[in-house]
Design a protein around this ligand. Structure first.
Ligand SMILES: Cc1cc2nc3c(=O)[nH]c(=O)nc-3n(C[C@H](O)[C@H](O)[C@H](O)COP(=O)(O)OP(=O)(O)OC[C@H]3O[C@@H](n4cnc5c(N)ncnc54)[C@H](O)[C@@H]3O)c2cc1C
Length: 385
């Protein structure tokens, strides 16, 4: 054996899985095909404090480019809800390097420039062929991102509704003062079906613009082009310069499927555990259970299912309610979205607290009290589309 555990992919979830497993005494190798962790950088570069806090990690200002105060959620007609909630725009390279350092300090053997090409399950051992030769371990953690090739090689389906992945195009842009505001702007409506278009200021003259679209294939460039034109009109800009563009998938509504098997665990975007913070928390749970499995000498699906149980307890309801909400949004007309957002305009939304189910009930009760007819917009959930 080269290690007890081999983690494939230094995603936020993979880094946490490797660190936590090593901190609990397992002998861990983390392989990453990029030549350096965090380079080239992943386009995901923002998170809300409330979500990140669930990891138990403290935000370190060394990797923060800009502190934000929250988000405006903007309806097609321009009506908006203001959500005050601290958030961060990250220097993603520094963020990845910060966590890579922790992983290394925990004793993980990090090998960059090493790509897993094939995985073969044997009797109590995994053989992973890489561009740098064969590696063997008792347990494998797959964290190779959306559309996991390695999970596919093992015949596993870690995402329940892969078709419902949001496909995204995000660009870093430059225009005078465009990075100055301290709130995100998320625009919902049929110009970005199934989720949103975004404007994220990151200081000075820099910001990002993005579209996240579900149900219209992987190429969302036409939605992006239309969003850029609309954004220029909204902000009264004649021109914007594009610094870079990135494309990718975000499994926000795709729901984890088969995330454990004999000697194998899947975490992060490859397991539809979308988002930097939530992915990291899932990775921590995965690493903890993996280390326990090594200590007990039991990598059976029954033992590893503790990872699924922990994740279910913490996130299952939230992900399913999120999926229902995004599916409803995808089917709503712009008029219905306007009417729904109108109910919350100018309201103090701090009463929407608690676990996801309580939040959903409180939101429903509020709508019922303020404007019962607004609940009719949820009829869209039953529509076939
Ligand atoms: C454009 C865009 C913007 C987004 N913005 C945000 C955001 O602002 N905030 C947020 O919370 N979420 C955001 N998301 C969602 C986010 O991408 C994910 O939830 C998050 O990055 C999780 O990463 P991941 O697990 O998918 O893996 P990734 O970050 O994709 O990591 C997978 C890693 O595995 C490596 N790898 C792959 N195959 C192999 C192999 N065979 N061998 C070795 N290594 C391999 C890859 O090089 C990569 O480093 C965004 C998504 C997109 C597409």
């Amino acid at each position: 054996m080269d290690a007890d555990i081999i983690v494939i992919g230094a995603s936020p979830a993979g880094l946490m899985a490797a660190r936590n497993a090593a901190l609990k005494g397992a002998n861990v190798i983390l392989i990453e095909r990029k030549e350096a962790i965090g380079n080239p950088t992943h386009p995901a570069n923002t998170f809300f404090k409330g979500m990140f806090d669930r990891t138990g990690e403290a935000v370190d200002q060394s990797y923060v480019i800009k502190n934000l105060k929250g988000a405006h959620i903007i309806a097609p007609s321009g009506g908006e809800v203001v959500v005050e909630s601290p958030a961060y725009f990250l220097n993603r390279k520094k963020f990845d390097e910060y966590y890579a350092q922790q992983v290394s300090k925990a004793g993980v053997d990090i090998r960059t420039g090493v790509e897993a090409l094939n995985v073969i399950r044997g009797e109590g051992v995994f053989s992973i062929s890489t561009n740098e030769g064969m590696l063997k371990s008792k347990l494998v953690i797959i964290s190779d991102g959306i559309n996991s090739r390695i999970a596919g090689l093992l015949g596993m389906k870690p995402i329940k509704y892969p078709r419902d992945t949001a496909w995204s195009l995000e660009a870093e842009i430059e225009a005078p003062g465009i990075g100055e505001p301290d709130m995100f702007e998320y625009y919902v409506g049929n110009h970005a079906p199934g989720w949103k278009s975004t404007y994220s200021p990151c200081g000075g003259d820099r910001a990002t613009l993005g579209v996240y679209v579900r149900g219209h294939g992987m190429d969302v460039s036409s939605f992006f082009d239309a969003w850029v034109e609309r954004f220029k009109k909204i902000k009264g800009l004649d021109d914007i310069s594009f610094i870079s563009k990135s494309v990718g998938g975000d499994p926000i509504a795709a729901i984890p499927g088969e995330i454990t098997g004999e000697g194998v665990m899947i975490t992060g975007g490859s397991a539809a555990q979308s988002g930097i913070g939530y992915g990291m928390h899932a990775g921590q749970m995965c690493g903890d259970v993996a280390a326990d499995a090594i200590t007990k000498g039991d990598v059976s699906p029954a033992f590893l299912s503790q990872y699924r149980k922990r994740w279910n307890k913490e996130y299952r309801n939230e992900y399913y309610l999120g999926r229902i909400a995004l599916e409803t949004l995808r089917k709503m007309t712009d008029k219905e979205i306007d009417s729904m957002i109108q109910v919350f305009e100018g309201e103090d939304l701090s009463f929407i607290q608690g676990d996801p189910v309580t939040k959903a009930i409180r939101t429903g009760m509020f709508m019922l009290r303020k404007k019962p007819s607004s609940l009719l917009s949820y009829r869209a959930a039953l529509r076939r589309k």
